[in-house]
Design a protein around this ligand. Structure first.
Ligand code: ZN
Length: 414
């Protein structure tokens, strides 16, 4: 196998320049999807791609593709990228690393005048974070046919009633003319920071991502009866918040019961009327379950429903459990995962297999194209935080693996 190297300093410099767009005082980035800052980052990315000789197109959901020609224009492109949007208190590397690493692959191939057989495309997917517009991964999801285009464009702004993803993309000039999907991909690679502590703790620069955890997201509404906090005796209460508290505790217990791989989180709760001297009549909260094994995820679902029913019954409450979002565990393509592993081994980079705990654009792309991911460690395992950090050497190592895995796929005989 070839063993080409990227220019790690150039990769770092581009990451740092990109991180200035939306930079926060604490050293992070706030660059919400389809905001003015997102547009500025997109324009910088497009300028860099054009300077690197790529042909840029934008599709109807704002996904940006930058194509470097190959010897054989009839082959489907090898593609790599990630996202440019961030969480409101996000870091400099989540998403940005995958896009800049793919750009660095192009620049490195240009440096030595290397022509791949298949074309190579850099992609920046729209609204991966799902923070301003929920759900997450809307651009890659629309590309993969998970969401219809109209449905994706109609995704509402969580904090500004009346605004939609489609309207905001039009406003910033990124509702493009290219069709969404109908875009064959020969192979897709995504480089990303791990966003967890495993690689750092093991002292390994490279994670070979074999697939992504399955996820089940729920919206749960508990209904009791509002009543005066003084005159209502304890036995007569139908306190929705007490019921919800028991359900939330059950969620946590279910997570622990399926250790070490299960994750179970309640991250959002609204109690109504949220008044200190009124017994809560209605509580709304969310549940996020994750596990790499679908049978376990199904068992967790059963346990959640049973726990909610029991907590509701003992407090004389009504409880509605609505599954809001589900995607099954996603194994990545064995051949491409092997190409990533071979690239790491060829460069003597210590590595291990790992399952992605987070959702990524790659998880949706995997439905329409052979897909693999490369993880690099992030400091302290911290992400979705302004202090998110990564070591330049690890970022360079991940990009070297990406470059050589891309070449393996792009030059493979069809
Ligand atoms: Zn990300």
């Amino acid at each position: 196998m070839r063993n080409l190297q990227v220019n790690g300093e150039r990769l770092w410099a581009s990451l740092m320049e990109l991180a200035r767009i939306g930079a926060t005082e604490k050293g992070g980035v706030c660059r919400l999807a389809a905001s003015d800052l997102d547009a500025e980052a997109r324009r910088l990315f497009i300028r860099w791609c054009e300077e690197a000789g790529c042909a840029v197109s934008v599709d109807g959901i704002g996904n940006i593709f930058a194509r470097r020609a190959g010897k054989n224009p009839d082959l489907p492109p090898v593609m790599s990228g990630s996202h440019l949007d961030t969480q409101p208190t996000g870091g400099r590397f989540d998403g940005a690393y995958g896009v800049m690493a793919a750009l660095e692959v192009v620049r490195s191939l240009n440096d030595i005048g290397y022509e791949t057989e298949a074309p190579f495309e850099i992609v920046a997917w729209t609204n991966e974070e799902g923070s301003r517009f929920s759900p997450a991964m809307v651009g890659s999801g629309a590309f993969a046919g998970v969401f219809g285009l109209d449905e994706a464009l109609a995704t509402p702004d969580n904090n500004a009633p009346g605004l939609t993803l489609g309207g905001e993309l039009r406003r910033i000039g990124f509702a493009g003319p290219a069709p969404v999907g109908e875009h064959p991909v020969g192979a897709y690679f995504e480089a990303h920071i791990e966003q967890g502590p495993i690689l750092e703790a093991a002292g390994l620069p490279i994670g070979i991502v074999t697939g992504a955890q399955g996820q089940r997201w729920y919206e749960i509404t508990v209904t009791g009866q509002e009543a005066h906090a003084g005159p209502t005796p304890m036995p007569r209460r139908r306190d929705a918040l007490v019921g919800a508290a028991r359900m939330i505790d059950a969620v946590n217990r279910i997570g622990h019961a399926h250790a070490p791989y299960a994750c179970a989180t309640v991250g959002f709760i609204q109690s109504s009327p949220n008044s200190r001297n009124t017994i809560p009549g209605r509580v709304f909260f969310t549940v996020d379950f994750r596990h790499p094994d679908n049978d376990t995820l199904t068992a967790m679902d059963r346990e959640l429903r049973a726990a909610c029913a029991e907590a509701a019954a003992t407090q004389s409450l009504d409880c509605a459990v609505k599954e809001f979002w589900y995607f099954p565990p996603t194994p990545f393509d064995p051949r491409l995962v092997g190409a990533v592993r071979d690239a790491a081994a060829a460069q003597d980079l210590p590595h291990r297999d790992i399952v992605s705990g987070a959702g990524h654009d790659a998880v949706y792309v995997a439905r329409v194209a052979p897909t693999a991911m490369i993880f690099v460690p992030c400091v302290g395992g911290i992400s979705h935080n302004e202090i998110e950090d990564a070591k330049p050497d690890d970022l360079t190592a991940g990009c070297n693996v990406l470059l050589n895995a891309v070449l393996e796929a792009a030059d493979a005989s069809p």
